[in-house]
Design a protein around this ligand. Sequence first.
Ligand code: AMP
Length: 250
Amino acid sequence: MKVLVAVKRTIDPNVKVRVKSDGSGVETANVKMAMNPFCEIAVEEAVRMKEAGHAEEVIAVSAGADKAQETLRTALAMGADRAVHIVTEAELQPLAVARLLKVVADEEQPGLVIMGKQAIDDDSNQTGQMLAALLGWPQATFASEIVFKDGTADVTREIDGGLETLNVNLPAVVTTDLRLNEPRYASLPNIMKAKKKPIVRREADSLGVDVSPRLAIHKVEEPPKREAGIKVADVAELVAKLRDDAKVIG
Ligand code: AMP
């Protein structure tokens, strides 16, 4: 089967995110960008599926401006076979991305779409669920283990109360959680090899999809600054502070 893996270019998770002074969003100009960490986990899992003989081909797909190519090259260097770049300068919200990914899924007919559970920039956690609904395929979100069995997949999910295992028919959409795997670093020879792997460019406008925004951001602001802690001399002082200053005990 083919595995389609959706990857998003986001602010590098090691960079301190700064809110724009007008509160309209976060600063992305001159900021180091990288593949969304949950998408790295998705690429790693897809490549492992190929290495284990469950998948014949891994296709990476990303929607976004020209620079999304860099993210696709990273996916190719990690072991994806080829890539599709849906080119658009438009700001894409989850429904728009899900619609664009559906077009690619309809064309490629993968046995599995694997993607991040959320993008760390907007933290939407919506695209996988919406894509599964649009395709009419089963979905298993927040996966921490995927085991293939007789043309189906057992997916262990991280849920509030612990772990849940679902058996889904294929094709399906799976979204990745942190504990699924530890993504590999692309080696230099693989980075070089990835330069020769094909990236097909598709103009989003030519795919007949409505990508207009459905959500409006009213304001983005920094969380309140945490105040410095203090040291207390003994339990009596702690109790007094909790009662008189913090007023959390009677
Ligand atoms: P979100 O619903 O925005 O939190 O994103 C969840 C997942 O959807 C990401 O981890 C990606 O796998 C996928 N995704 C979101 N935006 C894009 C995009 N522009 N191109 C490709 N995949 C995307």
